[in-house]
Design a protein around this ligand. Structure first.
Ligand SMILES: CC[C@@H](NC(=O)c1cc2[nH]nc(NC(=O)c3ccc(N4CCN(C)CC4)cc3)c2s1)c1ccccc1
Length: 273
């Protein structure tokens, strides 16, 4: 399309999500009738949190990411006070709402999501993109229930200390909590946290307040409720990911070869590459 998009090209539908920097609406491109999600970010908010240039960088990255488990950013445009992102529409909504609705996922469902995330993260790491902010709120489901990592503002958000402090700490790896320089392995830690939460319905280091969550993360204070629906293999994988020394965490490749993943992940759902 020459000359770029404008808000007049779209019919806006219901509001889908609300975040710190903006809102997401269901929208339809008028000529093609193509359904998208339109994320509206207020420039004033961006300036206030000095996020503008970081947003630009993240948008460039996200635009170049093409993977079945990464939500597409088709394009963007802006007007005087807002920036609009044209995003893939994920018909199934937010994964964490599904998790809270059924309390926990089966081992097959949990393993499928962990395999999908591992494939998506391996792809992102090839492109030198570290997610750093994976949590159930950033995971969406498409019309077939397949996982999509959303919210391109990944390093934008995790680099902003204020945001992390007011958000949940449950997913932060020890090196993030200690504010050390971190590398790709933070995502492997997060996969361990997510695998635990998918199976037990709550993250492993949950506590009544931030200080206790910090302490539990730093100590890797990991306990498994005794429940019949979680196999030993699942616990072994979680223990191989929730390792304080980031160099010792299981690699993404090794996760995909793990007996629990091989046994439980649905090969159709975890699209290769
Ligand atoms: C991940 C957070 C991020 N979200 C996005 O970028 C988002 C991008 C994007 N694409 N498609 C979405 N779909 C939905 O949000 C959605 C929600 C509920 C749905 N259902 C309700 C229950 N029903 C039974 C089925 C249909 C269906 C789709 C979202 S959210 C964000 C960031 C900043 C501000 C707002 C939102």
């Amino acid at each position: 399309k020459r000359g770029g998009w404008s808000i007049n090209d779209f019919e806006i539908g219901k509001r889908l999500g609300q975040g710190k920097f903006g809102r997401v609406y269901l929208a339809r491109e008028a000529k093609s009738q193509y359904i998208v999600a339109l994320k509206v970010i207020f420039k004033e908010q961006l300036e206030k949190y000095r996020m503008h240039h970081q947003l630009k960088r993240e948008m460039e990255i996200q635009r170049n990411l093409r993977h079945p488990h990464v939500l597409r950013l088709y394009g963007w445009f802006h007007d005087a006070e807002r920036i609009f992102l044209i995003l893939e529409y994920a018909h199934g909504g937010e994964l964490y709402k599904e998790l809270h609705r059924i309390h926990h996922f089966s081992e097959k469902q949990a393993a499928t999501y962990i395999a999908s995330l591992s494939h998506a993260l391996a792809y992102c790491h090839e492109k030198h993109v570290i997610h750093r902010d994976i949590k159930p709120e950033n995971l969406l489901l498409d019309h077939e229930g397949r996982l999509k990592i959303a919210d391109f503002g990944w390093s934008v958000q995790s680099q902003n200390k204020r945001h992390t402090l007011c958000g949940t700490l449950d997913y932060l790896a020890p090196e993030m909590v200690e504010n050390k320089s971190h590398d790709y392995a933070v995502d492997n830690w997060t996969l361990g946290v997510l695998c635990y939460e998918f199976l037990y319905g709550a993250p492993p280091f949950e506590a009544d307040n931030q200080a206790d969550t910090f302490r539990r993360i730093m100590k890797v204070d990991l306990t498994f409720p005794s429940t019949p629906h979680v196999s030993t293999d699942a616990k072994v994988l979680i223990m191989q990911l929730l390792v304080k020394d980031s160099a010792k965490r299981l690699s993404l490749e090794k996760i995909l070869q793990h007996p629990w993943i091989i046994k439980n992940a649905d090969p159709n759902d975890t699209i290769l590459k």
